[in-house]
Each structure stands twice: as structure tokens, then as C-alpha cells.
Design a protein around this ligand. Structure first.
Ligand code: URA
Length: 433
């Protein structure tokens, strides 16, 4: 059977700044998934999209075509409403770990399909795999059962969900076309809409440790995704949040699990608690349960109970000791004063180089590797006091991790002046227009 279009014509339309028609979009996404449009042709089209952009209508259609490339899940048979969260990725961003059980403890089911680390940003599945016995892969039936019984699932997306995105994402990764807002928005939202959540909260990161370094682009991405979700019948809001400094006091897999458990126990770093509660309130509002205060569920231990049930249901032992790295090295403060900057990218790169992330796809990560932060921006140190502790199983990794931290922090003499002004963690809230 002949093909409806010619890939070269579609590429030329976008190359010359034209608008792709609905049938052209449907065809090119489907034909690429079938292997009829070659990788080099899709790469050329992705670059034309990156350079010339897409209209709102094109993005909506492109997203629908990616959803149509695979299966759609349906949670409408569950006895409680569903809400999910997606973060565009950051350093020390362990929020999903306390958030999913917390929201479940408030009576809303959380079907959280998560990913692995990419570059300097950590991945939720890599973090949870630090828990002895825990497994990331569940069948759709297991996922449904756990959502009904426990209320929260964090697992890997099955291969049936938006297969066009899997193929296109891998291609974009090696062709310099990741950063196109229409492609990022359609990639994220096709998976979330196909997953079938009733409501969605997007945590769009802004700053040195984020995909989007400046607020204007982050806002454009947030607005595009909120419109896509809303049009598809998913109640969607986005928070723009700061990622110029790491979240909390840890970056690395087991280290972040430990910190998340502290939050679930009613403690933990202030910023992690603040963002967890802000996102939980948005998820509960989206699911029609804003009558429940999530802070109460952290305080009364029910979020911790949900965490333990969620980990056990996926084969993990919530009481087991978490793995620790074989070697540690302390970075001390070179001067006395107030820490006025601790760069998220520098810490993320250090954790990655220590073995918390992977250098190529499929490589194992070290459960114990990462960076522990003893003094965050706004805190005082004296010269020689520990600032960071680096953790790794391979001693030779320390040198490159230390190199990535060079110039990564500032300590300003505490002479009584206003040395440090904290930036707000939640910068703005983006809703459907
Ligand atoms: N995450 C995704 O799933 N897709 C992108 O394009 C970027 C981040």
C-alpha cells in the first residue's frame, strides 16, 4: 500500500517555516513508529521544529499522534480519584518519594510512572532501587491492584505507552534537538495523558540545575503543557520552582531515600518539606480533596505507613539498612562566613561523576554514591568546617567530582550586612487560561 505522504515534503514544509497539516502530523508520527520514516528524516524534521517552532494546533495534534502510537491506561474503575506529578528534573529532586505516599495517605491514588537519571539529574527509579529488594517493573494488572490496595505506585512505564516518544526521545538525545519546547511538551504530556491520570501537577524547574535555565522559557514550557493537559481533559496546573541550588541536603540514590524517609517521619530539610506540601496541596485540589491537609498526614505517621506499604508491595524491605558507599571525602569550607551560593549544576555533576548517575544508557549506578550537603545557602560556616561529604565506591572518582565543584559555591564574610537573600522556592503557579 502506498504511503499518504512523502517524508521529504513534510520536512521541507517545516524547514520553510510552514504549518504541518493534521494528516501530515498523523502520518509522520505513525510512519516513524512503523520504521517507514527513517531516523535521519525524523532528525531533520525535529531540527526544523526546533528552529521554526510549532503552532499550538500543531503541538496538540503532534501530542495526540504520539498518544495514538500506543496503549492508553484507564484508572476510572478505581474507588478513588487519581493525581500524578511530573518534574522536569533537577538535582536532589527526591520529592516524588515522600509525595506519592503522602497523597495516597490523603485518599487520592497516585499512579506515578517514573524514569531513570539522565545526565546530571537523578532518576526516581534509580533512587528507589537503592532499597533492598524493590523492583521497578510492574504489569498493568499489578499496578491497578497496588493503586487500589495501597494508593500509590512508583514504577517504570511499560513499553506500550507512547512508543513514538521512546523512539523520538532517543533520536533527539543524539541530534541536538532535545531543547525544542514543542517536542519537550508533547513528549512529557503524551505519556501523562496516555497514562490516564485524572489530574496532573507539573513541577517545572528553573535555574542552573534545570533543563530550562531562564524563567521565560520555563514559563512557556509550563503554559504549553498546561494547555495540552487541559484540552485533553486532565486537570493540569504547573508550579515554576527554583533549581539554582540542590533540593535538600543530599544528591544521590540511597542518600536521597534516607532524606525522604526523614521527611515522612516528620523531619527533613525545610525546602523539601515545603515543596512536597505545595505539590501535595495542588494534587489534592486537582483531585477534589482539598478538604484534607497533607501536613497532618506527615505529622500523624500515616504518610510513613503508606510509604512502607508501597515499598513492600514492590518487593522492597522498608526496614532494611540502605547501602552506603565504600569511601567518603570531606570538602571543608575554605573561609568563614555565610554560604551565599551552592550551584545545583556543580553538585549534580559531582554526584554523577561519583557514580550516582550513568555515563551511557544501561550502565548500572552506585546506590551509595552522591553528595551530602552540610551547609546550604544562608547557613554560616567556619573555616575548615565540613561543607560537603562526597560518597563513592571508586576512590579515583573523587578527583573529577572535586573538579566539578570548583567555583560551585561562594562563602561571603559575615560582617553583619545583608549577605544572603533567599530566593523563593515556588516562583509562580501556571493555570489554564
Ligand atoms: N522529559 C521527557 O519525558 N521528555 C522530554 O522531551 C524532556 C524531558
Amino acid at each position: 500500500m502506498g504511503e499518504a505522504f512523502d517524508a521529504v515534503e513534510v520536512i521541507i514544509t517545516k524547514r520553510d517555516g510552514g504549518v504541518l497539516s493534521d494528516p501530515q502530523i498523523d502520518w509522520v508520527v505513525d510512519a516513524y513508529t512503523r520504521g517507514v520514516v527513517a531516523d535521519e528524516q525524523m532528525a531533520a524534521l525535529a531540527m526544523a521544529i526546533l528552529l521554526n517552532g510549532m503552532s499550538r494546533e500543531e503541538i496538540v495534534r503532534w501530542t495526540a499522534a504520539m498518544i495514538a502510537s500506543g496503549e492508553r491506561m484507564d484508572f476510572s474503575a478505581l474507588s478513588r480519584p487519581t493525581a500524578d506529578k511530573h518534574s522536569t528534573g533537577g538535582v536532589g529532586d527526591k520529592i516524588t518519594l515522600p509525595l506519592a505516599p503522602l497523597v495516597a495517605a490523603c485518599g487520592v491514588a497516585v499512579p506515578q510512572l517514573s524514569g531513570r537519571g539522565l545526565g546530571h539529574t537523578g532518576g526516581t527509579l534509580d533512587k528507589l532501587e537503592a532499597v533492598p529488594g524493590w523492583r521497578a517493573s510492574l504489569s498493568n494488572e499489578e499496578m491497578m491492584r497496588q493503586l487500589e490496595d495501597v494508593g500509590a505506585v512508583i514504577c517504570a512505564a511499560g513499553s506500550g505507552l507512547a512508543p513514538a516518544d521512546k523512539k523520538l526521545y532517543a533520536l533527539r538525545d543524539v541530534t541536538g534537538t532535545v531543547e525544542a519546547i514543542p517536542l519537550i511538551a508533547s513528549s512529557i504530556m503524551s505519556k501523562k495523558i496516555a497514562e490516564g491520570t485524572g489530574s496532573l501537577v507539573l513541577d517545572v524547574k528553573v535555574g542552573t540545575g534545570a533543563f530550562m535555565k531562564d524563567e521565560a522559557r520555563a514559563r512557556e514550557l509550563a503554559e504549553t503543557m498546561v494547555a495540552l493537559g487541559t484540552d485533553a481533559g486532565v486537570r493540569t496546573v504547573a508550579l515554576l520552582t527554583d533549581m539554582s541550588t540542590p533540593l535538600g541536603r543530599t544528591a544521590g540514590n540511597a542518600l536521597e531515600v534516607r532524606e525522604s524517609v526523614e521527611v515522612l517521619a516528620g523531619g527533613g530539610p525545610e525546602d523539601v518539606v515545603e515543596l512536597t506540601l505545595a505539590l501535595a496541596r495542588e494534587m489534592l485540589a486537582g483531585a477534589g480533596r482539598d478538604d484534607v491537609d497533607p501536613a497532618d498526614k506527615l505529622a500523624d505517621g500515616s504518610a510513613m505507613d503508606a510509604w512502607r506499604a508501597m515499598i513492600s508491595a514492590q518487593g522492597g524491605d522498608p526496614s532494611a539498612e540502605l547501602p552506603t558507599a565504600r569511601h567518603t571525602q570531606v570538602v571543608t569550607a575554605p573561609a568563614s562566613g555565610v554560604v551565599t551560593r551552592l550551584d545545583a549544576m556543580a553538585v549534580g555533576l559531582a554526584a554523577w561523576r561519583l557514580g550516582a548517575g550513568r555515563a551511557s544508557q544501561g550502565e548500572p549506578v552506585q546506590a551509595g554514591a552522591g553528595v551530602e550537603i552540610h551547609a546550604r545557602p544562608g547557613e554560616s560556616v567556619t573555616e575548615g568546617q565540613p561543607l560537603l561529604t562526597l560518597h563513592t565506591d571508586d576512590e579515583p572518582r573523587f578527583a573529577r567530582a572535586l573538579a566539578s565543584l570548583e567555583g560551585g559555591f561562594d562563602i561571603t564574610a559575615d560582617d553583619g550586612g545583608p549577605a544572603y537573600r533567599p530566593a523563593p522556592l515556588v516562583i509562580d503557579r501556571v493555570t489554564a487560561r
